[in-house]
Design a protein around this ligand. Structure first.
Ligand SMILES: Cc1cc2nc3c(=O)[nH]c(=O)nc-3n(C[C@H](O)[C@H](O)[C@H](O)COP(=O)(O)O)c2cc1C
Length: 372
């Protein structure tokens, strides 16, 4: 049989992932010491998904500054002392044959919450932890969160420098892919959206103004990581809300990001304001397809075609195969199912009729356990 499309290699810049299945970034809030440092648990978690044959493994949202953490339990890359732990993840993921990436983020006005941890502040005034230095493009609160302080223009530039410094550390740790978190209502998305950015200075006031922070940050990160690292960005293509970002806005932004040095566009939606979202199988795929059409004529400065990744309620092998086979996206990320099933790509290969276990990505040590 011919190789299913989702199992074919994917080249980004000079690097090739063995297949088109991505583990998307998923916070695990597992830094019990609250110092942003990688633990054994993180190494095992990501290595397992690499062994399960995700071609590209993206480590959860990792903060570029302490106040950019979504919770005190997030990973960080704001300090050189945090590089060594990330190097352990990279080495483990590489040993299992996958590309390793990290998502760099700043939570902006949604930072500083105690997510699902048992020590959540019961009965607290807002979802924001007391005393957190909460910042955003404007002093506009996310519902039930504290009001952020609007960053001054010089502070906006300092955040860009923090992104670049964290990206340099990510490259030092050996990551193949650096993904900027520009989705889900966190700082970059907050700048992009008119619902959270009411500034009138150079970083707001018009689509160009609202995009300036994102484009300048992408360019600074590209410069910081050099020419070999794959640079991605995760975007919420739409706010799903009146007056917010639309698929058209994101399709217009995408080629500008490619010109700034971005190789991969990872398309999600929502998160900036509470909204009615029509969640269902593959509900975000049309937005990825729209972005893919918008960058079809672009080439990355690295010389290749930009790669578009889709995500969201993609739960069956045939569904993923159809999405990539019809060129709606170049790759598919599978999140929640991979939390319960780290070897999901191997099973999907089996579901698609692959019985060559090398091709499926099943480690040779496990071939005796392959389907009969
Ligand atoms: C526990 C959990 C943590 C998540 N953390 C992040 C994150 O750190 N960064 C991010 O961009 N998305 C995050 N997401 C969103 C996922 O990457 C993914 O887009 C979402 O779960 C939809 O894909 P799925 O239907 O395959 O799970 C998270 C999702 C879950 C369930």
């Amino acid at each position: 049989m011919s190789t299913p499309t989702i199992l074919r290699p994917l080249t980004m810049r000079g690097l090739t992932a063995r297949n088109r299945l991505w583990l998307p970034p998923m916070c695990t809030y597992s830094v019990d010491a609250r110092d942003g440092v990688v633990t054994d648990w993180h190494v095992l978690h990501y290595a397992s998904r690499a062994q399960g044959a995700f071609g590209t493994v993206i480590v959860e949202a990792t903060a570029i500054a302490p106040n950019g953490r979504l919770s005190p339990f997030d990973l960080g890359l704001w300090d050189d002392s945090q590089v060594a732990g990330h190097r352990r993840i990279v080495e483990a993921v590489h040993a299992a044959g996958s590309l390793a990436g990290v998502q760099l983020g700043h939570g902006g006005r949604k930072a500083g919450t105690p997510p699902w941890r048992p020590d959540a502040a019961a009965g607290a005034r807002t979802a924001t932890l007391d005393g957190w230095d909460l910042v955003g493009p404007s002093a506009v609160a996310y519902p039930q969160h504290a009001e952020p302080r609007a960053l001054r223009a010089d502070e906006v530039r300092a955040v860009t420098a923090d992104f670049a410094a964290a990206a340099r550390r990510a490259a030092e740790a050996g990551y193949d892919v650096v993904e900027l978190h520009g989705a889900h209502g966190y700082l970059i998305h907050e700048f992009l959206s008119p619902l959270s950015n009411t500034r009138t200075d150079e970083f707001g006031g018009s689509p160009e103004g609202r995009r300036r922070f994102t484009l300048q940050t992408a360019a600074a990160v590209r410069e910081a990581v050099g020419g070999e690292t794959v640079l991605g960005i995760r975007l919420s293509a739409t706010d799903w809300a009146e007056g917010g970002l639309t698929g058209e806005d994101t399709a217009e932004l995408a080629p500008q990001l490619v010109a700034a040095g971005v190789d991969v566009l990872h398309i999600s939606t929502g998160g900036n304001v509470p909204a009615q979202v029509p969640v269902g199988p593959g509900y975000q795929v049309p937005f990825a397809a729209q972005v893919r059409r918008a960058v079809a004529g672009s080439t990355t400065p690295g010389g290749g075609r930009p790669v578009v990744v889709t995500v969201g309620v993609i739960t069956e092998a045939a569904q993923a195969e159809q999405i990539v086979g019809t060129e709606q996206a170049d790759a598919v990320a599978v999140g929640r199912p991979a939390l319960r099933e780290p070897y999901l790509p191997v099973r999907w290969a089996h579901d698609l009729g692959v019985d060559d276990w090398r091709q499926a990505g099943l480690p040779i040590q496990y071939w005796r356990g392959a389907w009969g």
